[in-house]
Design a protein around this ligand. Structure first.
Ligand code: HEC
Ligand code: HEC
Length: 363
C-alpha cells in the first residue's frame, strides 16, 4: 500500500505521539538547517557526510530508498534506542543520548527529503513463516560472508542482534532481502531466490531473536505415579495454615528436611518446571486439560497436597480450587511462590542432563 504524506507527518505517525501531531506539512528552513547540522555533528562520523554509509564501522547507507521509504518505525527506533552490542548507540535523551524526540523526527524527515523519498510503503505486522532449517542453510551459503556466520555483522549489519530483532518486524527484514538496499552491497535477492526461500531466511533470522546458538532443551520426565507422595511411610507435617490456605516457605522447608509425608504440585508452565523446580515436585500445569488423570493417582487419605507457582499464587490457587472440588481434604498453597522460595535461599533442583522420552512429557 502506497501512501503519500509529508515526510515529517509520517515520522510523527510512526511514533504515534499525539502530543506533537500538529498539522505540520513539512520541514521549514530552520528545521532543515538544524537537522543537517545535527546530522553532521552526530552521524556523519560513521554514516558519512553524504549519508553514503560505510565510512566507519560499516554503518549502513542513510540514502537507500528501500530503507528510508519503508522502515519509518525501524529507523526511528534504531536512532532512538540504538542497537546495543553494535557501534550504533541510542540517541534519545531518555536513554542518555543528545537528541530530543523532535530532533530525531525532524532528522528522519530531512533524511527522507535529501534522498528524495516521498512515498511510504506500509509493511504490515504479520509474522512470516518459513522453513527454518532451509533458511539456516541458505544463510550460511549466501549471507554469512557479509553478515557473519553467527550474525554478528561484518560489512553487513548484525542480523543476529537482539536489539535489532526486537525492534524490527518480519516484513522489514523481508523487504530488505527482497529489494536489497540500493546504492549498497546488499542486493535485491528477489532476483535470485524464490519467495519461499526468502521467507525461510526471515524465519531463520527471527528464530535467532533469543540468541544465535539455540540450546536444545534437555527434558526430564515427571516422576512416576508411585513417586507422587514424598516419604509415604513418614508422618504428615503439622501445619497451621495462614488464612486456612497458605503454607509458608519456612514451614515447607522444615517439612521437607524432616522428610514428612506430602505431595508437592508445581502448577506452572511445564517449561518452567523443566528449568528448575522444588525437588520432588510433580508437574501439573494450570492449563493441563486432564487434571483428573493426575488426581486419580493422588492419595485421598488426607495426605497434604501443596501447590505452588511463580506468580506467586494465581496458578497454585487455581489448581488448589480444583483439588478441593475433587474432594481432597488437606490442601495448601505455598505463600511466597517459587520465586519467593528461591529468594529466601531455599533450594531448587535444576534441569537434569538425563534426557527423558519426550512422549512421556505432559503437554
Ligand atoms: C559510531 C558509529 C555510528 C554513529 C555515530 C551513528 N551510527 Fe547509525 N549505525 C552504525 C552502525 C554500525 C549501524 C549498523 C548496526 C547493526 O549492525 O545493526 C548503524 C545503524 C543505523 C541505522 C539502522 C539502519 C538499518 O539498515 O537498519 C540507522 C537508521 C542509523 N544507524 C542512523 C543513525 C543516525 C541518524 C545517526 C546520528 C544521529 C547515527 N546512526 C550515528 C554506526 C553509527
Ligand atoms: C555482499 C555483502 C552482503 C551479502 C552477501 C548479503 N548482505 Fe544483507 N546487507 C549487506 C549490507 C552492507 C547491508 C546494509 C546496507 C547498507 O550498507 O546500507 C545489508 C542489510 C541487510 C538487511 C537489513 C538489516 C538491517 O539492519 O536493517 C537484511 C535483513 C539483510 N541484509 C539480509 C541479508 C540476507 C538474508 C542475505 C543472504 C540472502 C544477505 N543479506 C546477503 C550486505 C550483504
Amino acid at each position: 500500500m502506497m501512501v503519500r504524506l509529508s515526510a515529517l507527518m509520517l515520522v510523527m505517525l510512526a511514533f504515534g505521539n499525539g502530543a506533537i501531531a500538529e498539522e505540520e506539512t513539512g520541514l521549514n528552513e530552520q528545521q532543515i538547517a538544524a537537522a543537517a547540522a545535527n546530522y553532521e555533528q552526530y552521524c556523519a562520523l560513521c554514516h558519512g557526510s553524504e549519508r553514503q554509509g560505510h565510512v566507519n564501522d560499516h554503518a549502513p547507507s542513510l540514502r537507500s530508498h528501500s530503507l528510508l521509504g519503508a522502515g519509518l518505525q525501524e529507523i526511528s527506533l534504531a536512532i532512538g534506542y540504538g542497537r546495543a552490542g553494535t557501534p550504533m548507540a541510542g540517541f534519545f535523551e531518555e536513554v542518555g543520548g543528545p537528541m530530543s524526540r523532535r530532533e530525531i523526527y525532524e532528522m528522519i524527515g530531512w533524511l527522507r527529503q535529501e534522498a528524495g523519498v516521498e512515498e511510504n510503503i506500509e509493511l504490515g505486522l504479520e509474522m512470516i513463516s518459513g522453513n527454518i532449517e532451509r533458511g539456516k542453510k541458505l544463510y550460511a551459503e549466501t549471507c554469512a560472508e557479509c553478515h557473519g556466520a553467527s550474525g554478528a555483522g561484518i560489512t553487513g549489519t548484525a542480523l543476529g542482534n537482539p536489539a535489532m530483532l526486537s525492534l524490527t518486524t518480519d516484513a522489514f527484514l523481508k523487504h530488505a532481502i527482497v529489494n536489497g538496499r540500493d546504492g549498497t552491497e546488499m542486493k535485491a535477492f528477489a532476483e535470485e531466490l524464490p519467495e519461499d526461500d526468502i521467507n525461510s531466511l526471515v524465519a531463520f533470522i527471527r528464530s535467532r531473536a533469543t540468541g544465535w546458538e539455540i540450546q536444545k532443551p534437555v527434558f526430564r520426565a515427571p516422576p512416576p505415579a508411585d513417586a507422587y507422595v514424598l516419604n509415604p511411610d513418614a508422618q504428615a507435617p503439622e501445619w497451621e495454615l495462614k488464612d486456612e490456605l497458605y503454607v509458608t516457605s519456612a514451614q515447607l522447608d522444615i517439612a521437607l528436611n524432616d522428610k514428612r509425608r506430602l505431595v508437592l504440585l508445581d502448577t506452572r508452565n511445564l517449561s518452567l518446571w523443566q528449568m528448575a523446580n522444588i525437588e520432588g515436585s510433580v508437574p501439573l500445569p494450570y492449563y493441563y486439560d486432564n487434571p483428573q488423570d493426575i488426581f486419580n493417582d493422588l492419595p485421598d487419605d488426607g495426605t497434604w497436597i501443596v501447590t505452588y507457582c511463580e506468580c506467586p499464587r494465581a496458578a497454585a490457587e487455581y489448581v488448589n480450587k480444583k483439588l478441593k472440588a475433587g474432594g481432597f481434604k488437606n490442601t495448601a498453597v505455598l505463600w511466597e511462590g517459587i520465586q519467593g522460595w528461591v529468594s529466601l535461599g531455599y533450594p531448587v533442583s535444576r534441569g537434569e542432563t538425563v534426557a527423558a522420552d519426550t512422549d512421556n512429557l505432559r503437554k
